[in-house]
Write a protein that binds this ligand. Structure first.
Ligand code: 3HC
Ligand code: NAI
Length: 698
């Protein structure tokens, strides 16, 4: 079997060993075995003077086969393979193209030389899977580019382009064709002067003498990472590269890898990696349904969301037109977009000149005629059903046949909007999250008539825009906001029962969210929820009172917290504490001390219950889709895998029991476990088992 995955061709004294394991040449068992076999053959062949390590298909290897993690190891391990390349007495040149990642780059680091095409990118992204590079990467990369640059690259997991890689010493040449370039390079090297990367010491000498620059780089790389195990392990391993001999450093690295790979954090991060990809597979829509090509986009409404949505198209190089009601609104919208680009350039996040380049792809119009040229139209006008229906009826008369018509509504019925047209198959929801140019999540809301072609196009557009698309059903709040509403209800209750915003926020942050729900509310604006509650006839005594006092959050300097002199740092406010006590007393609630554990349970379990309802109703296709929504749209810590993954770790039995308790204690029947949650809990199963059953049934 191994010879099918790794080939060997010998010509003019150069052996080319080629990995052929689509789609990304992952280094699974058959590949590893094939590499050992073909390397031995090339070494044994007296006609071979040099060896090129190449890959077939679309990219050099993307690393270890992640699906093998957690299974019993099968020899030869990647270490052993790399060691054999390292010890090869003939020069070995790796021919890089596409994305050379993780174990793929570690394999290339075990070669004597690396050449790459200009478009190639390379990196050690293991940290994103809750791991550290485990096949010598933490020891070899510092020996080529220095420990400071290595620690930044390994802790961030970011890729480096070929030009920077050449400047840093990671590669030896940029070539126009990977294999031919490597063969040509092979003819220039002196086999008598081979230096293994492991034996190089020039780039680590300075850190050995004075590690302060390394420590500063390590502190900078890890400063925003809390609660996560892998980055600290990466730092420790890179430090070993200049404090320990190579073999000891490599051994320590391997031990750290073995520890992390069996941990919950890495399991969670690997779950999210596969969940994100699985989310794009829609039962009943096969690969033969291809997304339509998008050459031009129109966004109707250039407000907060419309402007951000349009920026995504310009960022992807797609011309986009904003349609507004009048010239003044249009100018405001375009100015806001320009301002956002300017700020990014000023901060150094985008190169100088980006604003002009991106704005050149923008146009604005008050004339609806421009819509006729669009392949996709995204509506982002005010959240009013009547208005949206009017807009879609008008669109229907102008848009070209087959154009995708999407609404960015966050609460309205997509079917009702689609029914305003004579082509409901071409209509669906594309629910972006604020700020739309930044947030990765895209909920694609499937109406009852939305066609397979429309869904495929929406997914393809989402990917082109760099979003993570998740297809969801049409219901109030879809997946994300519907679950969030459960948490919001508990926030209000917790205040009345005895907790303060700062206590709740601290618990939620300690769990790993970037912000607590109260600070988040202040940032988004408390008036938004207030307006929705009034519209629905709902009340929230404390939050409503704050709004009546004009405390809308950060924008008014006061909300659940105070923000002194334009500060964005929330400061607890005794006035709010007094208000909460007053409202509780008026309702006859005796406030009590509430434990952090109870807060955490009430901030997560009701949402998990709602996720089960969402699955029961088929609004989400699979539990992992819910996880993707929460990781990419709401800041659920990726190393906790999302609400359903987390629920399985806690155990549904425990969660169901606690929900029963809260349903009685609070007197809210809807807190009791829903039928699906109860059934899984009673059977001792988790969401993972539900997902497997659903997959088997489809
Ligand atoms: N192992 C197993 N499967 C992998 C894989 C890997 N390393 N990388 C990608 N795949 C699979 C994906 O799951 C997907 O499968 P599917 O078609 O069944 O859904 C398929 O390959 C194609 O992947 P993408 O859809 O992501 O393709 P893209 O072209 O968009 O992206 C990529 C390609 C940039 C290589 C991206 O897949 C990626 O980032 N892969 C992960 C790279 C990585 O993390 N490498 C480190 C692995 S850990 C390691 O090497 C440990 C070592 O230090 C010991
Ligand atoms: P906004 O008030 O900032 O912008 C709406 C824009 O639409 C205004 O500029 C207005 O002039 C324009 N407009 C109104 N009627 C129009 C018409 N007939 N033709 C052309 N333009 C028209 O509102 P925002 O926040 O951008 O929201 C837009 C939509 O996005 C709403 O449906 C909202 O529910 C949804 N949404 C909002 C999110 C948010 O956080 N603000 C998040 C996700 C979705």
């Amino acid at each position: 079997m191994s010879e099918q995955k790794v080939g060997l061709e010998i010509a003019n004294g150069v052996a080319v060993i080629s990995i052929d394991n689509p789609p990304v040449n992952a280094l699974g068992h058959a590949v590893r075995a094939g590499l050992v076999e073909q390397l031995a053959a090339a070494e044994a062949d007296a006609s071979v003077r040099a060896i090129v390590l190449a890959c077939k298909g679309r990219t050099f290897s993307a690393g270890a086969d992640i699906t093998e993690f957690g299974k019993p190891p099968r020899a030869p391990g990647l270490h052993e393979v790399i060691e054999r390349f390292d010890n090869c007495r003939k020069p070995v040149i790796a021919a890089l193209f596409g994305t050379t990642l993780g174990g793929g780059l570690e394999l290339a680091l075990g070669c004597h030389y690396r050449v790459a095409v200009e478009s190639a990118r390379m990196g050690l992204p293991e940290v994103k899977l809750g791991l550290l590079p485990g096949a010598g990467g933490t020891q070899r990369l510092p020996r080529l580019i220095g420990p400071e640059k290595a620690v930044a690259a390994i802790v961030s997991g970011k890729m480096i382009g070929a030009k920077a890689a050449l400047a840093d010493g990671l590669i030896d040449a940029i070539v126009s064709d990977p294999v031919q370039g490597a063969i040509d390079f092979a003819h220039t090297v002196d086999p008598a002067k081979l230096v293994r990367v492991r034996d190089r010491s020039d780039k680590i000498a300075a850190a050995k003498a004075d590690p302060s620059a390394f420590e500063a780089a390590a502190a900078e790389a890890t400063k925003r990472l809390k609660g996560v195990e892998a980055p600290a392990a990466c730092v420790e391993a890179v430090r070993n590269s200049f404090t320990l001999p190579f073999d000891e450093g490599a051994r320590a690295e391997q031990q750290a890898f073995m520890r992390l790979v069996v941990g919950d954090q890495s399991r969670a991060q690997r779950h999210v990696f596969f969940a994100e990809r699985e989310a794009q597979k829609i039962p009943g829509i096969g690969p033969e349904v291809k997304g339509a090509k998008i050459g031009r986009a129109v966004v109707i409404g250039g407000g907060t969301m419309g402007g951000g949505i349009a920026m995504n198209f310009a960022n992807a190089g797609i011309p986009v037109t904003i349609v507004e009601t009048d010239e003044a609104a249009l100018a405001r919208g375009l100015d806001r977009v320009r301002g956002t680009y300017d700020v990014s350039v000023q901060r150094g996040a985008l190169p100088a000149g980006t604003t002009e380049k991106r704005m050149a792809l923008f146009s604005g119009s008050t004339d609806w005629g421009v819509i006729a040229e669009a392949d996709i139209v995204i509506e982002a006008v005010f959240e009013e059903l009547g208005l949206k229906k009017e807009v879609f009826a008008r669109l229907d008369g102008i848009a070209r046949p087959g154009a995708l018509l999407a609404t960015n509504t966050s609460t309205l019925d997509v079917d009702a909007i689609a029914a305003a047209t004579k082509r409901p198959g071409d209509v669906l929801g594309m629910h972006f999250f604020s700020p739309a140019n930044v947030m990765k999540l895209l909920e694609i809301v499937r109406g009852k008539e939305s066609s397979a072609q429309s869904i495929a196009t929406a997914i393809a557009v989402g990917k082109t825009l760099g979003k993570v698309p998740v297809v969801v059903g049409n219901c109030d709040g879809f997946v994300g906001n519907r679950m969030l509403a459960r948490r919001t209800i508990e926030c209000e209750r917790l205040m009345l029962e005895g907790a303060l915003p700062q206590q709740v926020d601290a618990v939620v942050k300690a769990f790993g969210f970037p912000m607590g729900p109260f600070a988040m509310g202040d940032l988004a604006g408390l008036d938004v929820g207030w307006r929705i509650r009034k519209h629905r006839g709902a009340t929230a005594p404390v939050s409503d009172a704050l709004c009546e006092m004009g405390r809308f959050g950060q924008k008014t300097g006061r909300g659940y917290y105070v923000y002194e002199n334009g500060s964005r740092v929330p400061t607890p406010d005794p006035e709010v504490e007094a208000l909460i006590s007053e409202k509780a007393a008026a309702l006859g609630v005796t406030r009590r001390a509430i434990s952090d554990q109870e807060i955490l349970e009430r901030m997560t379990y009701p949402m998990i219950n709602e996720a089960a309802r969402i699955l029961e109703e088929g609004i989400a296709i699979r539990p992992s889709d819910v996880d993707v929504v929460w990781v990419y749209g709401y800041g659920w810590p990726v190393w906790r895998g999302g609400p359903c993954f987390h629920a399985d770790l806690v155990g549904l039995k425990e969660i169901a029991a606690r929900l029963e308790h809260y349903a009685t204690a609070v007197g809210d029947e809807t807190l009791a476990p829903c039928a699906l949650l109860r059934r899984l809990a009673d059977a001792g199963q988790g969401f993972a088992a539900f997902a497997q059953d659903a997959k088997a049934a489809s």
